[in-house]
Design a protein around this ligand. Structure first.
Ligand code: S3P
Length: 168
């Protein structure tokens, strides 16, 4: 591998954390998850951050978290689904490694997120409308900033990992 780190981006339910962990294990790399690092350093859960301080504040914490990582090497880093919304974050990630987008179609995504309770952005409107409106804004950004796109729809984790192994 001729890059320092691998960032995994994609929408909620695309499997960023589980794929990221497995990829790290298989390649003898360390694993980090930006959401977990944010929770650890500020002491609030993600829903509490959204409720107490709002989404913009959370977006600031994501950028701060990426800045704090500026010396890391040999890591797989899973990110929150909205990390791509700030232009600064693209450069911060690109300076540190390659970006892999886990692309998922709407039906597979609904299957995976329908029972989750801790996603503040999914609490209003119908789940499908909500996911579709996020997708419309975000998918073009994921595609634009990523080095590789892997379609994970309906695939088992091992198959996704195999596809990633072939490109890294
Ligand atoms: C968000 C996704 C979540 C988390 C926060 C906001 C988003 O992470 O960062 O709830 O904007 O899509 P996951 O993508 O890991 O669910």
């Amino acid at each position: 591998m001729d890059f320092k780190n691998i960032f995994i981006v994609g929408s909620m339910g695309s499997g960023k954390t589980s794929i990221g962990k497995m990829l790290a294990k298989n390649n003898n790399l360390s694993f980090l998850d930006t959401d977990h690092e944010i929770i650890r350093s500020c002491g609030y859960s993600i829903p509490d951050i959204f409720e107490e301080f709002g989404e913009e504040h959370f977006r600031g914490l994501e950028t701060e978290q990426l800045r704090k990582m500026n010396t890391i090497e040999n890591h797989v880093i899973s990110t929150g689904g909205g990390i791509i919304l700030r232009d600064d974050n693209e450069k911060l990630m690109k300076d540190l490694g390659i970006i892999i987008f886990l692309d998922i179609n709407i039906n597979s995504q609904i299957d995976r997120v329908k029972n989750r309770k801790n996603r503040p952005l999914l609490n209003n409107k119908s789940l499908k409308d909500n996911l579709l409106s996020l997708k419309k804004i975000r998918d073009p950004i994921y595609k634009k900033i990523s080095n590789y796109i892997i379609d994970v729809s309906g695939k088992e984790r091992d198959q996704v990992i195999n596809e990633i192994q072939k490109i890294i």
